[in-house]
Design a protein around this ligand. Sequence first.
Ligand SMILES: *Cc1c(COP(=O)(O)O)cnc(C)c1O
Length: 233
Amino acid sequence: MSARLYEVQARIAEAVARAGRAPGSVTLVAVSKTHPVEVVREAVDAGQAVFGENRVQEAAAKFPMLRASLGPAHPGLAVHLIGGLQTNKARDAVRLADVIESLDRPRLADALADAASKEGRLPRLLIQVNVGDEPQKAGVPRAEADAFIRDCRARFGGALAGLMCIPPAEGDPALHFDWLAACAAHHGLATVSMGMSGDYECAIAHGATHVRVGSAIFGVRAAAAGSSAGGPA
Ligand SMILES: *Cc1c(COP(=O)(O)O)cnc(C)c1O
């Protein structure tokens, strides 16, 4: 696993250099969904600090324990929730996550605002845009993105950090990546989360600040659990 992690880190650094961007300008979110906490621990020992999970319950079972085991001297871990989020999980998500990448509808914004006031903490938030306007996919439709971004900015202020997308599986993702990066820039949002195992170098060439890479690091996931991008949390 650590050899694959180092290879992905090296390919990210090369893609950043090829794009003429500053070293360190892209953060690797290692997507550890479905993999046991021991494997996450190996990645932590290899220097990885930022992880992505798509189910709140799974993240809650893994990360508080892991954090506790690392001790106070450790610089700390960051957990990004990247999967579709049900409103009834909003409170657990707000308690646990450093970043919620899948804010995609007004009712979820309501639930997160409510949870944040009860918990007294608010993770950073990314709005997921359904860049391909695919009916089976989560994310705010492209045409509604501007209005939803403005609403969330008014409501969450600086906690609204950026945008996230999962482009259609078929076809060239570059146009979708360009669209998301331009939309983020238009709204003055710094974070652009896009690119997975198959296309993270392309995403970096087109402006990603965060890439979410799972199988290229941890190997192929079991088919049944959590393998569909953006499955239920
Ligand atoms: C699973 C998942 C990833 C990682 O996918 P890989 O192809 O394994 O790199 C990235 N983003 C989201 C939203 C996911 O659900």
